[in-house]
Design a protein around this ligand. Structure first.
Ligand code: URP
Ligand code: ZN
Ligand code: ZN
Length: 460
């Protein structure tokens, strides 16, 4: 059924104006004033509301075998949660174990998501081992439309790759024109510090920060920058958390390294003290790199405002508190790492970014949608509002007032890291390729309608 959205204030990364939007089939077909509805159209009045392009989360772990357990969501629950929060596309990390061939990993992630995802999705292909058999498999995966890799400089013995593998993975990426997303922490420093802390009797969540201080992350970034400079690969630093790491990235950019930077909503709003809450509550806030000293938040907001930091993601990695985070009750190194936020990213960014006047509306759209679409080869199909683009639209009510609670969330999880946080704004209606998927906080779409998005390499 065609959809006519009337009188909304359309906001993209560069434009802001009041107009009507006609969606036919899966795409936006017209944008103009006073459009007449086709006879069979649904008409939605968006007066007094913003209309944003569907938001994009460039970093999630919906399916993740990790630290002896599995992330709790699946592509249905996570997709519904994403849509309710205004996110219409996710980039999930396809992370096969080191002893699994990339082709087998890719098959597995496809099997889990195809026909089940509620929102649209793509993958970053994890390169968790690089041997003689790897390049041919990665070429084939890139040919199927996964034009970004993911590597880990952390997680020794699990996803982490060594320097030879790193050099070869980046060289191949350069040849294929794909972007490499990278988790930057020096895995040897982490392992040694964990060993020392445990030997000294530190077992609680406070050990997590001490094992991975800012210097560990900054060294990881510096390391990646050197390899990117020498191979000429295009790189994207995921979940950058602190000033020290940002300085390394910017220094490399200044000497010509093609580097983009992502931070997370968690680093913008939570801090080290959350991960050190008593009675093991801090485990809810254990992720890597760790939540930092509060002073870093101003640096990250500045980076977003000035365009030095490109995107705000979630790194959504959901592990239940009761059964999963508790695996590390007596040993902080065994707490599954991750702080879920897929459902709440946009409302938190709007509340604490736009409403708090830290960022303007265009920056909001850019860092939460457009820039990711551009970096990873989806623009202008996704990430903006124009004729020909997918009809992924978020009709957003800035007057809504609510509170985040685990009891009210769609994410399949027994806690919220933002329990009790007020939000000022919420999507009233969310459309996914022309179909209304959310109304007033409830999923009303078609289960399993989310599409795998095949991409082309982005010319540099
Ligand atoms: O703590 C985190 N970030 N968990 C998810 C896996 C990763 O490192 O991205
Ligand atoms: Zn990571
Ligand atoms: Zn991650």
């Amino acid at each position: 059924m065609p959809l006519l959205i009337k009188n909304g204030e359309i906001v993209t990364a560069s434009q802001r104006y009041v107009a009507d939007i006609l969606c036919e089939g899966e795409t936006i077909t017209r944008i103009d004033r006073d459009l007449t509805a086709p006879p069979d159209a649904e008409v939605i009045d968006a007066s007094g509301k913003y209309v944003f392009p569907g938001f994009i989360d460039p970093h999630t772990h919906v399916y993740l075998p990790f630290m002896g357990t599995f992330s709790k969501d699946d592509y249905d629950t996570a997709g519904r949660a994403a849509l309710i929060g205004g996110t219409t596309t996710i980039f999930d990390m396809c992370c096969p174990a080191r002893d699994t061939e990339p082709a087998e990993g890719f098959r597995l992630w496809n099997e889990r998501s195809a026909g089940r995802a509620a929102c649209d999705y793509s993958f970053h292909m994890g390169v968790t081992r690089f041997d003689d058999g790897t390049p041919a498999q990665l070429r084939e995966i890139v040919g199927k439309g996964v034009t970004s890799f993911k590597i880990f400089l952390a997680y020794k013995g699990a996803f982490g790759i060594d320097d030879t593998e790193l050099y070869r993975a980046l060289s191949l990426a350069r040849e294929l024109g794909v972007v490499v997303a990278a988790h930057c922490e020096n895995e040897t420093l982490v392992a040694e510090r964990q060993r020392e802390l445990l030997a000294a009797g530190v077992r609680g969540t406070e050990g997590h920060y001490e094992s991975r201080p800012p210097a560990v992350e900054a060294e990881g970034v510096h390391h990646l920058m050197t390899f990117a400079q020498l191979t000429g690969a295009r790189v994207y630093i995921v979940h950058l958390s602190c000033e020290e790491a940002l300085r390394e990235a910017l220094a490399a950019r200044a000497r010509g390294v093609d580097v983009r930077v992502e931070t997370l909503i968690q680093y913008l709003l939570l801090d080290r003290t959350d991960a050190e809450r008593p009675e093991f509550e801090g485990a809810k806030y254990v992720m890597s790199p760790p939540l930092r000293e509060r002073r870093n938040q101003a640096v990250l907001w500045d980076g977003l405002r000035s365009g030095l930091i490109d995107t705000v993601a979630t790194d959504h990695a959901p592990f239940d508190f009761a059964a999963q985070k508790s695996l590390g009750r007596d040993d902080f190194t065994k707490i599954p790492n991750g702080i879920p936020a897929l459902e709440d990213r946009i409302n938190l960014l709007f509340t604490h970014g736009v409403q708090a006047e830290r960022i303007d509306l265009h920056t909001f759209v850019d860092i939460a949608s457009s820039r990711a679409a551009k970096i990873f080869g989806l623009f202008p199909r996704k990430g903006t509002i124009q004729p020909g683009a997918d009809a992924d639209l978020v009709i957003y009510d800035p007057a809504f007032r609510g509170t985040i609670t685990a009891a009210g969330q769609a994410m399949n999880l027994d806690y919220s890291a933002f329990e009790g946080w007020p939000i000022s704004g919420r999507p009233s209606v969310v459309t996914l390729r022309g179909e209304v998927a959310v109304r007033d906080g409830r999923f009303v779409g078609t289960p399993g309608r989310g599409k795998f998005l095949a991409r082309q390499p982005v010319p540099s």
